[in-house]
Every structure is written in C-alpha cells, then in structure tokens.
Design a protein around this ligand. Structure first.
Ligand SMILES: [Zn+2]
Length: 663
C-alpha cells in the first residue's frame, strides 16, 4: 500500500463535506480537485492533478474516485484552439497516471487550467438562483461583490475551461445556469470560500424575496383519490416499460403555488439536472383526477416529440429520441411524483427535482421572472454525446426492472422462495405474512443478493381490511402493481369423520376466502391501472389428486383452482391473466409441515417422518426433490410477458405425478 498524498487526503475530506450538502451538489454534480506531487512508476517527481471521476458522488468520496493526471500534459492542451468533447476526453485520458483509473470528469481541464492548488466547483442552488433570470450578472455583482467573474452559459468542455482560465487572478467565477468555482492554496480556506459565496448569495436572495403569489386553497386529494390517480398515471407511463412511481412531499409548498406552471417552465437550476429529470417537468391540474391528468401526459409527450424533431439536426448520426415521457410530474397540493425502474431511482430524481424547482421558486420570488438557456442549448445538453455514451454503456435492465409484485406468505417456504427469485430479477415487492419475523429473514436474504428493499405488510390476509391495506401499500409505495402471488396457506389434516368444523373453516378462510378477497381487490385496482396484470395462485398437487386424511386442505386448493378459472374469464377483457401452480412436497423453509402435519402425512404413507422428503421424491416420475426455487421459476414465468398468451391454466411443479396431471 502506498500512502495517500496529503493534498489528496485533504481533497477527499473536503469533498465529503461538500457532498453531504445537497444544496451544493446533487448526485454526481459538481467536482473538486487538488494539485500535488507524486513519485511515478519510474521514480520521477511529477506534479499531478487529482480530479473527481466522471459521475462520482462526493457524498461518499474515496481516494480512488480521484484519478491523478500529469499536470504538464494537461496544460499542453491549452495550445489547441478548439477541441470536440470526444477529442478532449481522448487527450485528457492520455494524461492519466494510471490508465486503468476511473474516467476523469468532463470538467477536468477547468481545474487544470486554473493554477490554484485546491479548487471547488459546485452547482449550488443559491448561485444558480442568482443567475437563472435576465439580470444574472447584476445580481451576482450585488450579492458577491465585484471579485467574481461572470461567465454566460457555455456547455462544459474545452471552450469553457479555456475561457475561464483568464480569470485566475479573481476571487472566483460564477457560471450562469451552472454553478460556482473558487480556489485557494489551502484546502480549508477553499471550502470556506465556497460556503461564504453561497451564504452571501442566500442572504441576497432572502433580502429580495417577496411572498409568492396567491396559493390555491383546496386540500390535497383523499387517499382513495390519490390511489386512483397513481394507478392511472402508472398505467399511462408504463405502456412501453414498467415504471415505479415515487411520491415525495418536499415540494408540497411549491406545488400549492398558483404559479406552479411557471416554476416548471423555468427549467433546470443547473444544466446537469436535466440529464436526469428532463428539461421540464409535467404539471397536473389543480384537483387532479385520472380524467384531467392523462391529457397532461399526452401533451408532454407531444411537446417533447416536437422539440426533438425541431432540433434533431444537431444530433450526430445514429441516435434516436429518448423515451418522451416525463420523469417528474408535479401534483398540486402533494409534491412530486417521479418515475424510474425502482424506488431508489425515483428518490434520486425526487432529490434533483426538489432542488431544481425550489431554485425556480426562489428566482420567481426574488426577481419576478426566470430565464434559462435556449431550446437548442437545452437540446445540446439533453443529447450530449458524452452522456449518450454513458447510456449506451449501461448494462441491460433486469427482467423485472420497474415491475411491482405482491407476494403473500412471503415469510417462509414457497412464498419466500418466490420473493427471492423475483427480487433477484429486479422486481419491487410488497411482501405480506402473518408475523414480521419471517419477513425480516426474507428481507435479509434479499439484501444479501442485492435485491431492492421490499415493503412489508404484517397481518391476517383473511381480513378484507388487511387485503386492501396490502394492495394499497403497493400503490402508495410504487404507484400500482403488475401481479399478485397468492402463496399464503395452511395444511388441514384429519379424516372427514374427525375434522372439526372450526378447522375446516379455518382452512377455507386462509387457503380460499383470502384468495377470493385478494383476487377481488387486485382486479378492481388492475382494471383502474389499465395495463393488465397477472394473478398467480399457488395451489397444490392435492387439488387434482387428493389423499385420505387431508381433505380440508385438498378441498380448499381445488376451490382455489376454480377461483383462478373465474378470474381468468372475468379478467380477460382487461388483460388480467390468472394461472395456478400445483406444487408437491416442498419442504425448504416451509411451515406447512409443522404442527404434526409431517408426522401425520408420514404415517399416512407408512414411512418415518424424517423419510418423508425421500418418499415424495421416490413417488414422482422424475425421482426428484421439488424446491421452492422450482415453484419460483414457474411463478416468474407466469408473471412475465413470456406467458402473455396464457391464462386459466394450471402448471404442475411436482416432479411428475400421473394422478395429478392437469385435466
Ligand atoms: Zn459543472
């Protein structure tokens, strides 16, 4: 291990401090640097620039996020008149001390061409608020004094770096619609200069701010109204790719303003925000409902398509339009609704939207009207080849990215196996079970395989209120759902002559009536969402091939198959599919065999309890043990579009039992 040079260490510490404050930088925005000496691989003393890697997030900055580049090599690039982004990236890459290190920021030369040892470049909200209107230059001079240079919008790259270098004898530079650059020989002083400029900007803005124009006064939507709206929106926004919707209330105050459309029109606070959240956000009407909201999305798509058509001549050959749906939808009285392949992505977009729209609100309050970069410049950034390159090198999305499924009985056995499989394929999940102990264990296993954090509903699924709560959890947390797996179940043993009515009723309640309630409410919601859905019933080999002494169970599972068929018939017109799986003898993590059932089934087959697994395996045609993973893979197939032409069917996952062949 080599020791980390002091300047680099100071840079990392300073970057963590800056990264912790989202009003300075959000998700990979901004960059910091330091200059210092190293002894290179040939033993030569060399001056290098450490600069933040492209896309690295300062919040958790570590030394490897800051590749070292030979400063002399970088400075020699100043001789060029012009460099395209590609040429510049290529030449900057050649100056890396270690060619295998992280790709350095696109703004590397900005840091190289300014001579100071420590440099901060942040996309601070307050600085952007100073510049995002027609009088930006004057406001910056009044807020920060005349020590700061003001540079009108130039897209980050060679030209901006070279132009900015002429101001090295000033206190710092404000880049309009972009951010701030300050520098010092001392790392702490550099950080203080950043904070001081931002504080001055905030003070100035506060001194000008007038109360926003009138707010509308109706209360936000009721829970039911919000559910219906989310379902309709998710359906609308998931036609091509399934999406998760994330609600965030931080913009609630702003969303109540009458001038909300003007705020959305003001554009990104710092240009790099638009790469994540699009150049504008969609604004739903006051008292939004499905009927008046869907046309807003249509209009947005229409506008985005026209903007692309008008500017596409600026695009290099071979690139097509981004998907034209909004990433951020502003809902009056509530805040923002963001779309993504997971809640994590939705939250990240909500963070960016919060800063971008808060800045716009501040600009309107302080200066009356906003001004942003022109459409062609917006397009130049939205379709920046550097970013398009990043998109093209992204890994293929997982099979269930953006998909939402509800799984009952997910705390053990087959339900847990299904949850693990769906999570491994990128699904967002609502997991339900009677107690939370099993669910927590399932969550741990999902986390260990890097799946998305699931939502839990703990409760008795034979109660209608719990069923409704479970499905509402999917709507509230993810905007809706694409499928439900009914896996909760209990074994009901005893011969008919000894079976009590209570036990019989309990079996029906857990295995059948609960499935009816889930089916009923899932179908109501899926119909509102309007993009179909898949219901998967975990029945049993016993539904077709019952055995003595297990009647209460077999009858309930046979009833489940009939329920599935009716759901297929009634749901077909809404593209809702319903299918069942008949597993047999699944033992891994299963609670079904507890409470004496294992012993009773073993006695019924004339074997010892510990021989039961092997007995079942010897009984099937393939002579195999059947596991929850086998059922999970079939479930995954039935939930996916791979089975889009299959409804009303039963698939046996039992190793082959002739008496239980579907018929
Ligand atoms: Zn920047």
């Amino acid at each position: 291990m080599t020791t980390i040079p002091k300047a680099l260490e100071e840079l990392v510490t300073r970057s963590q401090f800056i990264g912790a404050d989202q009003t300075l930088v959000v998700f990979g925005g901004g960059n910091t640097s330091a200059k210092g000496e190293i002894t290179d691989h040939l033993g030569r003393k060399k001056t290098v620039l450490w600069v933040k890697g492209s896309g690295a997030d300062m919040t958790n900055a570590v030394a490897v996020d800051y590749p070292a580049l030979y400063l002399e090599e970088l400075l020699s690039l100043k001789q060029f008149e012009k460099l395209s982004d590609e040429e510049m990236t290529d030449l900057v890459g050649k100056a890396l001390v270690d060619p295998n290190s992280r790709r350095p920021s696109i703004e590397t030369l900005l840091h190289a061409f300014l001579p100071s040892k420590h440099i901060d470049h942040v996309h601070a909200d307050a600085i952007c608020a100073l510049t995002n209107h027609k009088g930006g230059k004057k406001a910056v001079a009044e807020a920060l004094g005349d020590g700061f240079a003001y540079v009108d919008w130039i897209r980050p790259g060679f030209e901006l770096s070279k132009f900015s270098s002429q101001f090295s004898d000033m206190e710092g530079i404000v880049l309009a619609h972009h951010g701030l650059i300050v520098w010092d020989e001392n790392s702490d002083v550099c950080k203080d200069k950043t904070m001081s400029a931002v504080n001055k900007a905030n003070k100035y803005l506060d001194s000008l701010a007038v109360k926003p124009a009138a707010k509308f006064d109706h209360a936000g939507p009721s829970d039911q109204e919000l559910n219906d709206l989310l379902l309709a929106l998710r359906g609308k926004l998931s036609h091509k790719h399934k999406r998760v919707l994330t609600i965030d209330n931080r913009l609630q105050e702003i969303s109540k303003r009458k001038d909300l459309p003007a705020i959305a029109e003001a554009g990104s606070s710092s240009a790099d925000h638009m790469l994540r959240i699009r150049p504008w956000s969609a604004v739903l009407p006051e008292k939004a409902d499905p009927t008046n909201s869907i046309p807003v999305i249509d209009k947005y798509v229409d506008r985005y398509t026209k903007y692309f058509e008008a500017n596409k001549s600026l695009l290099p050959q071979g690139y097509s339009m981004h998907d034209p749906d909004p990433r951020v939808v502003l809902l009056p009285g509530v805040g923002s609704i963001t779309t993504g392949s997971s809640k994590n992505e939705g939250k990240m977009l909500a963070d960016i939207a919060f800063h971008t729209h808060s800045v716009a609100g501040k600009v309107l309050d302080s200066f009356g009207s906003a001004d942003t970069i022109g459409d062609a410049e917006v397009f130049g950034f939205d379709y920046w080849p550097m970013e398009l390159y990043k998109l093209s090198s992204k890994p293929k999305p997982q099979k269930f990215a953006g998909h939402v499924f509800v799984v009952t009985g997910a705390g053990s056995g087959i339900g847990r196996g299904i949850a693990l499989e769906l999570a491994a394929q990128g699904a967002s999940l609502v997991l339900a079970d009677l107690g939370d102990e099993g669910l927590k264990e399932t969550e741990k296993l999902i986390a260990a395989s890097k799946g998305l954090k699931p939502e839990f509903v703990v409760g008795d699924q034979t109660k209608e209120s719990v069923v409704i709560e479970t499905l509402n959890s999917a709507i509230k947390n993810f905007g809706g759902f694409d499928g439900v797996v009914m896996s909760a179940g209990i074994g009901v043993s005893d011969s008919l002559e000894t079976l009590t009515l209570d036990k019989w009723n309990q079996g029906l309640a857990v295995n059948l009536s609960s499935s009816f309630l889930i089916t009923k409410h899932a179908m109501i919601n899926l119909r509102k969402q309007g993009i179909g859905g898949s219901l998967v019933y975990i029945a049993s080999k016993n539904a077709f091939s019952p055995g003595a002494g297990f009647g209460g169970y077999s009858v309930s599972k046979a009833g489940m198959l009939q329920l599935m068929r009716i759901a297929a018939i009634e749901g077909g017109s809404a593209q809702i599919r319903a299918n069942a799986i008949n597993p047999d003898a699944i033992f891994d993590n299963s609670k079904l065999w507890e409470g004496g059932i294992r012993e009773q089934r073993a006695a019924a087959h004339g074997v010892k309890p510990e021989e039961l697994e092997d007995f079942y395996a010897s009984r099937n045609m393939l002579k195999v043990h059947v596991t929850s993973k086998d059922v999970a893979l079939t479930t995954s197939y039935l939930l996916s579009d791979e089975s889009s032409r299959t409804t009303g069917s039963v698939i046996a996952v039992d190793g082959g039992v002739a008496a239980a062949f579907p018929r």
